[in-house]
Design a protein around this ligand. Structure first.
Ligand SMILES: [Zn+2]
Length: 129
């Protein structure tokens, strides 16, 4: 299982959300739903939302070939660039303030825990306060 955290927030930090989703949640629209909730419940326009996303990089995320058709995106040596998928979904939803720290929570084993890498109880958490 692979989980990507997406931390959404407004510039004044009044409205915040921490989304944790695997490919299924992303495929089923967790990002789009969060943007709708920001708008309907809090009157926040997409262009007011900022997103911060630390996660596994496209060189490390190996998936089955079925993901190619599911996301309609070519795999590179069975590697899926979920960053690109999420980025495109955020842009389509009207969000343009996307902060990808370009650090990999999988191969940077001196900085991040990764269940996918270690298969142990050590986990990475993402929190927004
Ligand atoms: Zn990596």
């Amino acid at each position: 299982m692979w989980i990507v955290p997406s931390l959404l927030y407004t510039g004044n930090m009044e409205i915040k959300a921490a989304l944790h989703a695997g490919w299924k949640g992303i495929f089923l629209g967790i990002i789009e739903n969060a943007v709708k909730i920001f708008n309907k419940e809090f009157c926040v326009r997409p262009e007011e939302i900022k997103v911060y996303e630390p996660h596994i990089c496209s060189l490390c995320y190996e998936v089955g070939r079925e993901m190619e058709s599911k996301f309609n995106i070519p795999l590179n040596n069975n590697k899926l660039d979920l960053s690109e998928i999420i980025y495109n979904k955020l842009k389509t939803a009207g969000i343009d303030k996307i902060y990808n720290i370009k650090r990999c929570t999988f191969h940077e084993d001196d900085s991040f825990f990764s269940y996918r890498r270690n298969k142990c109880t050590e986990r990475i958490i993402s929190v927004i306060i």
